[in-house]
Structure formats: structure tokens, C-alpha cells
Design a protein around this ligand. Structure first.
Ligand SMILES: NC(=O)c1ccc[n+]([C@@H]2O[C@H](COP(=O)([O-])OP(=O)(O)OC[C@H]3O[C@@H](n4cnc5c(N)ncnc54)[C@H](OP(=O)(O)O)[C@@H]3O)[C@@H](O)[C@H]2O)c1
Length: 330
């Protein structure tokens, strides 16, 4: 069969995505074919579309990008035991191919959608929420009383990190680019929003922590902020450099940058490593679904575009002007 999809024949700017027919073969062994009800949009999609180096390999055109979706199982391939036709399912990791009305996907990375959770909310939250889960519980296990620094605190990831870190008992310092975003971050639980062009976030962290520095920085900006983020950490603090929206940061020198600043830790965590084992995937998703169900997390789903308008969605995200999450509706 075939489906309508955003097909890319050469990597580049948003308008390389073309709304076209795309083949969907019968599901192979271990795969299911699912029909999407909602598709998550992530900043990493723009890297895949543009061929920007990223922890995941640059895709080979022709390709359909996207790696987060919610839908209904239409057909199961040989050897699939845990999913049946008609099941409500979700996924938030590659293989790519979610910017399509229907697709095949490996059952080994698929999740059952719990009753009562909204398809669009899960599409908005699954990948970013699982990322926040592992960042806050495993990359560094946030403790009550910790001060944490969250960059781009009003972005899709930032709003989730603020809400969840606050619920864990942390004091949250968050950086943003505008006063409007500062208010959005504050509403999400950021105790000290900082407009980066107006105030030095390192000074704010030092003030809030009586000079000690923060326990962890969730660093998604990269080139523009990473060195200053290291200045904001307490001795033995952790820099979780999970993104680089302003471009890849300069190389870090382990002696001058980490040792002399106070035996700092730095890591470049990526979701595919943290949920590579099925048990980790299920545990991470369960924790996220509980956080959504108990009201700890609001999706901040502020942008819904028809799937055929994915070009506009990408242009908006790359402008840096979006506030909260974006989904595509087939
Ligand atoms: N490692 C992982 O497992 C993992 C998982 C999920 C996401 N990520 C990464 O996390 C980062 C954020 O993702 P997201 O979904 O939260 O993105 P998003 O919703 O688009 O937010 C990104 C924010 O970054 C800020 N920003 C600063 N400089 C920017 C620039 N030059 N261009 C665009 N935005 C800029 C903007 O906030 P201000 O205007 O307030 O500065 C913007 O709202 C991305 O790098 C993504 O790849 C990593």
C-alpha cells in the first residue's frame, strides 16, 4: 500500500519536505503497521532534515523523517506477540518515518498507550518527557533542595524539566530569551527565570546558592552558553549537555575546563542509549505516563499543524520563537 507523507529527496531547509505518496510495504517480521493519530515534532527533526551532525546518523534521502508518534495498530508482522490490531500505541525513538499518515515500526520499541491519556498530549510529550525522565533521575538524580539550571526553560524540553524538577523538590533557575518566555517558565515551576540578554545567569545561580553553584545544568543551547554553564556549577557538579540549538559547543578541556573549576562532570547524554534496553524503555515510559496522569506534567501543547503543513512547523521551531510543544495531525 502507499500513504501520504512528507518526503525529502535532498536534505536542506524546511521546504525540502514535499507532501507526496510514499510506499508502505506489508509489515516485516517483528514490525507492526500503524496509522498515526498524532505526530510529535522535535528539534532533532530539523537536524535530520538539514543533514546537521547529531548523535544519530544523517539520513540518506529519499527519506521520511520524524521519530515520535501515536496511533492505532492496523496490521502485525510475523513474530509480534505483544501487540494486536486495534491497539493504541506510541513511540518516541527511531527508526525515522513518523511524518506520514501510516508507517511500519518495530514492536520492540513500541509502547502501549495507557487508558485515559490523550493521543496529542502523548505525541507532544513522549520523547521529550522520556528525555526529561532520564536526565532528572539517571544522568543526575535530582534531590530535594538541589538547585538546578535549565537553559531554554520555555522550550519544549525546558518546560518539562522545570515542572518535573520542581516536583522533585529542586529550586529551578531557568534561562530564556524574552520576558514572555520568562513568564511561561515561571508558570511551569521555574523559581528564577533569567532573560539571558539582561542578566548573567551565573550570578543568579551564585546568588541563589549562596555562592556554591548549582548541582546540575541541563544544557541544550551549546555554543552560546556551555562555557558559562560550567562556571555556574558547584564542585563535582554535572553538566548534562543534551542539546546544542545554537550550534556545537567548542571542545572542552578536561584539565582547565573541568578539573580547575572543581572536578566537574560533563556528559553528552542521548535518549537512544538510555532506553536501548526494553526494560529501560518501559520503566522510563511508565514513569512519564504516571507523571502525566498525576498532573505533574502539562504538555504545553501550543502548536498543532496539519501534517501536510510540516514545513511551517519546522520554520517556526528553527526561528527559536516557539513556546512549548508542537504536534502534527494527519
Ligand atoms: N539528548 C537527548 O536525548 C535529547 C532529547 C530531546 C531533545 N534534545 C535536544 O534538546 C534541544 C531542545 O529541544 P526542544 O525540543 O526543547 O526544542 P525547542 O522547543 O525548539 O526549544 C529550543 C529553545 O532553544 C532556545 N534557543 C536558543 N538559541 C537558539 C537558536 N539559535 N535556535 C533555536 N532555538 C534557540 C529557544 O529558547 P529561548 O528563546 O528562550 O532561548 C528555543 O525555544 C535540542 O537540541 C534537541 O535536539 C536532546
Amino acid at each position: 500500500m502507499s500513504t501520504m507523507a512528507q518526503v525529502i529527496h535532498r536534505l536542506g531547509p524546511p521546504d525540502v519536505m514535499e507532501w507526496r505518496e510514499w510506499p508502505v510495504p506489508d509489515p516485516g517480521p517483528g514490525e507492526v503497521r500503524l496509522r498515526h493519530t498524532a505526530i510529535g515534532v522535535n528539534f532533532a527533526d530539523t537536524y535530520h532534515r538539514g543533514g546537521v551532525p547529531h548523535p544519530w546518523p544523517v539520513p540518506e534521502p529519499p527519506v521520511v523523517i520524524g521519530f515520535e508518534g501515536v496511533g492505532i495498530v492496523e496490521e502485525v508482522g510475523d513474530g509480534v506477540r505483544d501487540f494486536l490490531t486495534g491497539d493504541r500505541v506510541a513511540y518516541g525513538i527511531p527508526p525515522l518515518g513518523s511524518y506520514a499518515e501510516a508507517r511500519n515500526y518495530p514492536a520492540s520499541s513500541l509502547l502501549h498507550l495507557p487508558e485515559g491519556l490523550d493521543d496529542r498530549v502523548v505525541a507532544a510529550l513522549l520523547m521529550k518527557g522520556m528525555t526529561a525522565q532520564y536526565l532528572l533521575h539517571r544522568t543526575y538524580a535530582v534531590q530535594p533542595g538541589d538547585t538546578v539550571l535549565v537553559h531554554a526553560a520555555a522550550g519544549g524540553m525546558g518546560l518539562i524539566l522545570c515542572q518535573w524538577a520542581r516536583a522533585l523538590g529542586a529550586t529551578v533557575v531557568g534561562t530564556v530569551s524574552t520576558a514572555e518566555k520568562a513568564e511561561a517558565a515561571r508558570a511551569a515551576g521555574c523559581d528564577h527565570p533569567v532573560v539571558r540578554s539582561e542578566r548573567d545567569f551565573v550570578s543568579v545561580v551564585r546568588d541563589v546558592t549562596d555562592g556554591e553553584g548549582c548541582a546540575v545544568v541541563y544544557e541544550a543551547i551549546g555554543r552560546d552558553t556551555l562555557q558559562r554553564s560550567l562556571d555556574a556549577l558547584r564542585p563535582m557538579g554535572v553538566c548534562a549537555a543534551y542539546g546544542h540549538v545554537s550550534g556545537p559547543p567548542d571542545p572542552v578541556d578536561i584539565i582547565t575546563d573541568l578539573g580547575r573549576r572543581g572536578s566537574l562532570f560533563i556528559t553528552r547524554p542521548a535518549i537512544m542509549h538510555y532506553v536501548a534496553r526494553r526494560e529501560d524503555l518501559e520503566r522510563t515510559a511508565r514513569s512519564l505516563f504516571e507523571a502525566i496522569g498525576s498532573g505533574i506534567l502539562d504538555a504545553n501543547l501550543n502548536y498543532e499543524y496539519p501534517l501536510r503543513d510540516a514545513v511551517r512547523a519546522h520554520a517556526a521551531i528553527e526561528s527559536g520563537a516557539t513556546l512549548g510543544a508542537t504536534v502534527l495531525i494527519p
